[in-house]
Design a protein around this ligand. Structure first.
Ligand code: CU
Length: 142
């Protein structure tokens, strides 16, 4: 019985240690931090910016995504779904952000965003417009 408990203790310490190690790893070098990027297949060019640049970690806040064609034409009537998370922690976004408003000129409001931890986040947008779908992943650090 004692041996089993010691064994269990070792396993727990190993798991906690591994998680702490993963959490404390710095983000990989050379991450592309651009906030304007072409989508994976080059269908759209997307820019993102927080609606209020002074938001603080843990604030529930909004982002504005601007979707254009590669020639700069704004993309209207796009549908956008949002995903993301912290790759080094193995968890997703703490909320389910949604595109709530089409602001015109290719601009879309994404509500319900919250980053609850410091570190490297991926912010992923899947975009459908004009019968075409493509996706883009932004890297963010807080
Ligand atoms: Cu995390």
């Amino acid at each position: 019985m004692k041996k089993i408990l010691i064994g269990l203790g070792i396993v727990v310490i190993a798991i906690v240690g591994f998680m702490a190690y993963k959490m404390l790893q710095p983000a990989p070098e050379g991450l592309n931090m651009a906030t304007t990027r072409p989508t994976v297949d080059g269908v759209f060019v997307v820019s993102i910016a927080p609606e209020n640049p002074d938001f603080r970690r843990n604030d529930l806040h909004a982002w504005i995504a601007t979707v254009k064609m590669p020639d700069g034409t704004p993309v209207e009537d796009a549908e956008i779904t949002i995903d993301g998370g912290m790759p080094m922690h193995g968890h997703g976004l703490p909320t389910n952000p949604e595109m709530t408003q089409k602001l015109g000129q290719g601009r879309y409001k994404i509500d319900g965003v919250r980053f609850n931890m410091g570190g490297w986040w991926e912010f992923k947008l899947a975009i459908t417009a004009g019968g075409k779908s493509d996706a883009v992943t932004f890297n963010l650090k807080f």
